[in-house]
Design a protein around this ligand. Structure first.
Ligand code: ZN
Length: 395
């Protein structure tokens, strides 16, 4: 057997199979176009094991039997091979015997609702009942319970043609520079997003293959962005919508200078409550996770003051690890000391991360002060400060 590039006739047959598959399952579009067809030409007398096969790099090996099959069978074969790759059968192979694992993968897919085109597959495909095994199990289960040598349950009635529809990959994706795993990841995301869109438009999620149902549900799960984080993202560090020629835009077109954003990102500082009640009170992890979220929002170094009743350290922090050894305190509490110091150093906005049990300055310190109280039961801060309610963890 040798391989060759597909001729235009081959490509036409493949395109026809794609059309039939996508007409019924449009969400497979990313997958069918990810395949790289490789035509296999068998010598007379050489036995063709299966009309097509794939490897983890999305090479699609097709032969005479594939081209001669009716369009619906070709579509079914494409769906079958997509199923192997998107169910990650190559990665899940591990140290198992490849041919037996291939059959186990087929059994995982050949369940009720497993494939849209199951009934169009060529005669002689294997399914769990054929081996006396229950439906709806994983390939790992079937591998454990398959008996290919005879005797007991799971005996294979005809071993010759099974276990040849996916192969171990001997090369990475020749079309691009991403690894086969990354390519599968990318295709999988494309298929999931397209399928989820169909569900959003009213298609019953139960009509999708079972593995895809799980991916769709995961994708459509609402993401909780806490209000406090959204507040900081949207307002505190946002650039001014006003445009000005005082700060020209970095990108200009054809020699024209375009107006830029008037205000730079607010000059912000963070005052970190390091009083005894925070350091010993079991909320330090929470304080750190909020600090990390703030640093993510700022995307540039921020000065952080560690303060209990007085300021113990002032650190320019880009990532959380920069704070190592700087979280000093453990005494009483006065966040006013940290705020005054930050304002004196030129901060226009001061974010205070505290459990909330602190005295506050009576009057506004002359900068915007945003207070994130991690304990919502603590007494509310004075009116000159912005009190951002804590309404959930950062992720
Ligand atoms: Zn297969």
């Amino acid at each position: 057997m040798k391989t060759s590039e597909p001729t235009s006739e081959h490509l036409q047959k493949l395109a026809e199979a794609r059309r039939v598959l996508l007409y019924k399952c449009p969400y497979y579009a990313t997958a069918v176009y990810a395949f790289r067809p490789v035509v296999e030409i068998y010598e007379p007398g050489e036995q063709i094991q299966y009309p097509c096969a794939v490897d983890a790099s999305w090479n699609l090996f097709i032969n005479e039997e594939f081209f001669e099959a009716p369009p619906s069978t070709r579509a079914a074969l494409l769906e079958h091979e997509i199923g192997h790759l998107l169910r990650r059968h190559p990665e899940r192979l591990r140290m198992r015997e490849p041919q037996k694992w291939n059959i186990a993968g087929d059994l995982e897919m050949h369940n009720t609702g497993g494939l849209e085109f199951f009934n169009d597959l060529p005669a002689g495909v294997c399914y769990p009942k054929l081996f006396g095994l229950p439906e709806g199990k994983t390939a790992e289960y079937y591998y454990e319970h398959l008996d290919l040598d005879g005797g007991g349950g799971g005996k294979n009635p005809d071993n010759d043609n099974h276990g040849h529809c996916f192969r171990e990959s001997d090369k990475n994706d020749p079309d691009g520079d991403d690894s086969s795993g990354q390519k599968t990841e990318r295709v999988s995301a494309g298929v999931t997003i397209a399928a989820a869109e169909e569900v959003r438009n009213g298609k019953d999620i139960g009509s999708f293959p079972s593995w895809l149902q799980i991916a769709i549900e995961e994708y459509l799960k609402p993401v909780h962005i806490p209000q406090w984080k959204r507040y900081l993202q949207n307002t505190l560090f946002a650039r001014s919508p006003e445009r000005s020629f005082h700060r020209p835009a970095r990108r200009s077109f054809g020699g024209f200078i375009l107006p830029g954003n008037k205000a730079p990102i607010a000059q912000a500082a963070i005052v970190l409550d390091t009083s005894g009640s925070v350091l010993m009170g079991g909320i330090l992890d929470e304080v750190f996770s909020h600090t990390k979220a703030l640093l993510d929002v700022c995307a540039k170094p921020v000065v952080i003051y560690a303060c209990d009743a007085e300021v113990h350290s002032k650190t320019s922090v880009k990532k959380l690890s920069d704070l190592e050894g700087k979280v000093i305190g453990g005494g009483g509490t006065d966040m006013g000391a940290g705020i005054r110091r930050a304002v004196k150093d030129g901060a226009k906005t001061v974010v205070v991360l505290t459990d909330g049990y602190t005295p506050w300055p009576e009057h506004s310190p002359g900068a915007r002060v945003v207070i994130l109280r991690i304990d919502p039961n603590s007494p509310p801060p004075p009116r000159w400060a912005v009190d951002v309610p804590y309404d959930g963890p950062t992720s």
